[in-house]
Design a protein. Structure first.
Length: 317
């Protein structure tokens, strides 16, 4: 199996949309912008709230802290293994009022005893780095200045970096969550793509996906998409991150996406791998949004960084 993967990746090297390469591009870009702020005595600070004992969230937080330090950002972790909903809301209000905190990122999932949607709405929208509050989702829909969810931002950054034209393209998005599916469909429409959103109740799914010039999968089901669901030459963006058993792995498992890579790569024109695709760039977009929060606070948001599309906010600095 390993040899097969190596052959595939070697033969189709030019077809890979490499998230690590794009993330490195954004790292240099953000570091340059960050230096300008540090010269003014300002270092954006991200607060990560880690409620509960979800192991993937703990691992992601450690990774996020390492990357933030590499980029030059400050990052504070608020780890609360046993916390009530009321206590969590109180913590959020404290962070909202703390001037030194630029942005807030709440790790999901929260403990079952906590109403995630209720708690999220208490985050100051201007500090809501992942764009999950109702206010920011409304801003996105109305093309107003706000924070766009980080994973959809990562998808758009990949498409932009590789100069993939969206105008007039048929795009199929698998998944309709407020975290990925719905925001990415809005962003793609802003670029004049014709977008179809599919979900668990969609009938004749392969017939629909085979019409897509660009296929974005954000379902969370390993190997849902295979070559029979991919139009020849299509661009495939795999947002899914799933852990499946793998007896050959030292950990006994490995990460995979929604797309069956080995078969889809033979049909696709371009494809993102998992890991190494959307994931690394999502981390970069978290820090990008943290910097945007600082720019918004000081009225210095570049025009290229505003809204979902056409309308712009304050510019300067």
């Amino acid at each position: 199996m390993l040899m097969k993967r190596e052959i595939l990746r070697g033969y189709f090297k030019m077809k890979i949309l490499d998230g690590k390469v794009v993330a490195h591009h954004w790292k240099k870009k953000l570091q340059q912008q960050l230096l300008q702020w540090k010269d003014k005595g300002i270092t954006p600070t991200l607060a990560i709230i880690l409620a509960g004992e979800d192991k993937p969230s703990v691992m992601y937080t450690h990774f996020m802290k390492k990357v933030a330090i590499e980029y030059g950002f400050n990052l504070n972790v608020y780890k609360e293994e046993n916390i009530t909903e009321k206590q969590l809301i109180t913590l959020i209000h404290t962070l909202n009022e703390t001037k030194e905190i630029t942005g807030i990122l709440m790790m999901m999932p929260l403990p079952k005893s906590i109403d995630a949607q209720k708690v999220i709405q208490h985050i100051n929208p201007d500090k809501d780095i992942d764009g999950l509050t109702t206010v920011n989702l409304g801003r996105l829909l109305n093309k107003e200045v706000g924070h766009i969810p980080c994973t959809p931002r990562a998808v758009m950054a990949i498409l932009s970096f590789y100069d993939i034209e969206l105008t007039g393209k048929n795009v199929v998005v698998l998944g309709r969550s407020t975290v990925v599916g719905k925001p990415i469909s809005i962003l793609l429409e802003e670029k004049n793509a014709t977008v179809t959103v599919c979900h668990s109740h969609t009938k004749n799914l392969p017939e629909i996906t085979c019409q897509a010039d660009i296929l974005v999968s954000a379902i969370g089901k390993p190997h849902l998409v295979n070559r029979d669901m991919v139009k020849p030459g299509a661009i495939v963006i795999d947002v899914g991150i799933n852990r499946i058993p793998d007896p050959e792995s030292p950990k006994g498992s490995r990460l995979t996406g929604d797309v069956e890579f080995e078969s889809a790569v033979e049909q696709a024109g371009w494809i993102t791998p998992v890991p190494g695709g959307v994931g690394p760039l999502t981390v970069a977009m978290v820090l990008r949004n943290t910097l945007r929060a600082a720019q918004l606070r000081h009225g210095c948001l570049p025009k290229s960084e505003t809204g979902a599309g056409s309308k712009t906010g304050k510019a300067g600095c």
